[in-house]
Design a protein around this ligand. Structure first.
Ligand code: AMP
Length: 416
């Protein structure tokens, strides 16, 4: 029996009625990212699995549970953008070309998740990475965070919340992990199964576990910023002060740790309460060691990624579908022949145009013109053919005018 195929679970079609919202958001992103000096980079949809394991950490949830592997080749579909961009930065010696590389990407990411609202197996991100020896400055941390807020505002979103934190340097992170283990040791048996494993492998992840029992324990931990050394603390103070001067509102959350190994110092996350349990619109942070760890130059970096599906969920579809400018109606075979050529001509002149392709009745063709929401209908019947004119009807006002066939393109350009 033949079946009707469905879109794979956890993926979606972006249908014609939705595509204009996507295009508009992408256009806004390209414009704003250029204003901030970012250049687009496009990397493959898959990479060596080992790249993600090395970058995100063997013990991260993404690598442990969420990667979609192409088993035979040792490749995985990219679950995020940073690892690929850093791989490309190193491979193409971008550090030799630009002291501070400001790169951005727009595209699909893949994670083997259990699908639910706001959590897909194929989703889309807009992300930036600022990489270079001169990138370790609180100005850049603040600018990158402000840029993520600027993008969300430009997409027409409000009511989102920005949380920031500092994980400190690698040494501070080690101290932080020791502190957490010491505090959590006595609660170990009360933690969920996942967190019991995280205790051994990646203790930070316990802080953002959603399990109520783990949350209760975590809430009572009294995590301050005592794990931060004095220079990390000073750096974070400067980031916060700069954000204030830029007028960016934030909340400091000591519980914000991010699940990936590569983060150090500033981390941030933006959430929207209208989204339910999957409420993160985007997140990012500084990664001081990743480039070096992947055998690149000893340069620092900071970046973020915003999830486009969740942004659209939070704000709704907003852009109007673009309909055609002109619908061509032909009466009879000879008129059809002539209008088919005119259709091609008009399109080459940059005007969107459609026709029915079949010489059916005028009533039928006018119905199609209505459906296409065309602003003008251009009619060619036997009389018009003889006179070398066309009838141009303004569909809004209902007005009709006779226009010489030879000047139709110019007239349309003026009217549209
Ligand atoms: P992450 O690297 O997991 O922090 O992802 C950054 C952003 O991408 C999140 O804040 C979400 O907006 C989006 N995102 C991540 N995973 C998914 C997913 N499975 N489905 C839809 N959006 C996602």
């Amino acid at each position: 029996m033949s079946k009707i195929f469905s879109v794979p679970r956890g993926t979606t079609d972006i249908l014609p009625a939705e595509a204009p919202t996507w295009r508009l958001m992408e256009a806004i992103a390209h414009k704003i990212l250029a204003i901030y000096g970012y250049q687009e980079i496009r990397t493959p949809f898959f990479e060596e699995t080992a790249l993600f394991a090395r970058s995100l950490g063997e013990t991260s949830d993404v690598v442990q549970k969420q990667m979609l592997n192409l088993e035979k080749e040792g490749l995985s579909l990219r679950p995020e953008g940073t690892a690929s961009i850093v791989r490309s930065y190193i491979e193409n010696n971008i550090d030799k070309q630009q002291p501070l590389a400001k790169l951005y990407y727009v595209g699909a990411m893949f994670r083997g998740e259990r699908p639910q609202k706001g959590r897909l197996r194929q989703f889309h991100q807009i992300g930036v990475e600022a990489i270079g020896p001169n990138s370790s400055t609180p100005f850049l941390d603040a600018e990158v965070i402000a840029l993520s807020v600027h993008l969300l505002e430009a997409f027409g979103l409000s009511g989102f919340k920005l949380k920031i934190n500092s994980l400190g340097s690698s040494e501070d992170k080690k101290a932080f992990s020791g502190f957490l283990r010491e505090k959590l040791q006595k609660h170990l048996s009360a933690l969920c199964e996942d967190c019991q494993q995280r205790f051994e492998r990646n203790v930070f992840r316990i802080l953002d576990c959603k399990n109520p029992a783990c949350r209760d324990i975590v809430k009572k931990l009294d995590i301050g910023d005592s794990h931060l050394g004095s220079s990390s603390r000073e750096y974070f103070t400067k980031v916060k002060d700069t954000l204030k001067t830029l007028g960016v509102f934030y909340e400091v959350s000591p519980y914000l740790v991010r699940g990936l190994d590569y983060y150090t110092h500033t981390v941030f996350e933006i959430s929207h309460e209208g989204l339910g349990s999957q409420d993160a619109l985007g997140a990012g942070g500084r990664y001081s060691n990743l480039v070096k760890d992947l055998n690149g130059p000893p340069v620092d970096a900071i970046g973020f990624a915003l999830g486009l599906e969740r942004i659209i969920l939070a704000k709704g579809q907003t852009a109007e579908v673009n309909f055609v400018d002109v619908f061509l109606v032909a009466l009879g075979e000879a008129a059809s022949q002539k209008l088919f050529l005119l259709l091609n001509d008009i399109r080459h002149a940059g005007i969107s145009a459609e026709m029915s392709y079949q010489s059916n009745s005028i009533k039928n063709q006018m119905r199609l013109a209505d459906k296409s929401k065309a602003r003008f209908v251009l009619i060619l019947g036997e009389n018009e053919l003889k006179e070398n004119v066309v009838m141009l009807k303004n569909m809004q006002s209902g007005e009709q005018e006779k226009v010489s066939y030879d000047t139709i393109k110019e007239v349309l350009k003026k009217r549209l």
